[in-house]
Design a protein around this ligand. Structure first.
Ligand code: KIV
Length: 303
């Protein structure tokens, strides 16, 4: 019996080929099995199990709270739910503080959870780490611009690279990530023209989020795209309004349960009444009159 899956997974080489062919790359975050199945079926080539899982799915206040255990749990679910997409595991805060830790933890994502690549934040400051992980045979996606794990340093989510110095810094970061061996890099919250200029200077694809249309590809947080949250960032486009759909559905369910119309005959299984009568004893199915019509039993009745 063949142990090969029916559909071959995309590799970083396939992504590089699409990029070389001028194909724009659509990437989405995924955190769970049913969503991963749908995104895979829709042909999304790159699924990122982002550490945004912390704020989007787990109720944490920042990405800084996300642990390796959280990430492994969700990466496994996404890998099980997808067959073709290349699954990228986001390395959580402090899981890549040294090259040794980075290689060990990236290895857990590939060996134990089945991911095909990892993503980690930082440009020049992370170049040494990216190099070590790539040398270990693990494909790395970089992430520069707004890096949510550094939110306590940055202060708040904002566009970076608008001044001369920060724009120069971002260009240097992009080149450092490329030279360290990353196969692609995320550009988050970067002005449109700067993101375009960086994209034109790199040999690897840039995946933008809030970085305009000049990037080689785009990534969005799936719940923003589907309209699942009460709020979405400016760079997101709502392709669906799942929040309203879900609210309407569960309100209707509640009303049906409370009104007694759910479950109906279609959702109900019946058995042979004669069999039940045998089980309960003769006459057991003769329920008698409705409780309201029953004649009260006299207190001195001989029971
Ligand atoms: O965690 C995440 O969702 C991300 C994307 C915003 C790129 O890092």
């Amino acid at each position: 019996m063949s142990t090969h899956p029916e559909v071959a997974r995309l590799s970083v080489t396939d992504i590089g080929r699409s990029y070389a062919d001028g194909q724009r790359i659509a990437m989405l975050t995924a955190y769970d099995h049913p969503t991963a199945r749908l995104l895979d079926e829709a042909g999304i080539p790159l699924l990122l199990v982002g550490d945004s899982v912390g704020t989007v799915m787990l109720g944490y206040d920042t990405e800084v709270r996300v642990s390796m255990a959280d990430m492994l749990h969700h990466v496994r679910a996404v890998v099980r739910g997808s067959q073709r997409a290349l699954v990228i595991a986001d390395m959580p805060f402090l899981s890549y503080a040294s090259p040794t830790e980075a290689v060990t933890n990236a290895g857990h994502f590939l060996r134990e959870a089945g991911a095909q690549a990892v993503k980690l934040e930082g440009g020049r400051r992370s170049a040494r780490i990216i190099e070590a992980v790539v040398k270990a045979g693990i494909p790395v996606m970089g992430h520069i611009g707004l890096t949510p794990q550094a939110i306590h340093q940055i202060g708040k989510r904002r566009v970076l690279g608008k001044t001369r110095d920060s724009a120069r810094g971002l260009l240097a970061d992009a080149l450092a990530v490329q030279e360290a061996g990353a196969f692609a890099t995320v550009l988050e919250l970067v002005p449109d023209q700067l993101a375009t200029a960086i994209t034109e200077r790199l040999r690897i694809p840039t995946i933008g989020i809030g970085a305009g249309s000049g990037c080689s590809g785009q990534v969005q947080v799936i719940t923003d795209l589907l309209g699942l949250g009460a709020w979405a960032p400016r760079h997101a486009r709502r392709y669906a309004d799942l929040r309203t759909i879900i609210l309407d559905a569960v309100t209707a369910y509640r009303s049906d349960v409370e009104g007694g119309s759910f479950p109906g005959p279609e959702q109900t299984v019946r058995m042979d009444d004669a069999v039940l009568a045998e089980v309960l004893g003769a006459g057991a199915l003769d329920r008698g009159p409705d409780p309201g019509e029953r004649t009260p039993i006299p207190l001195d009745a001989d029971l």
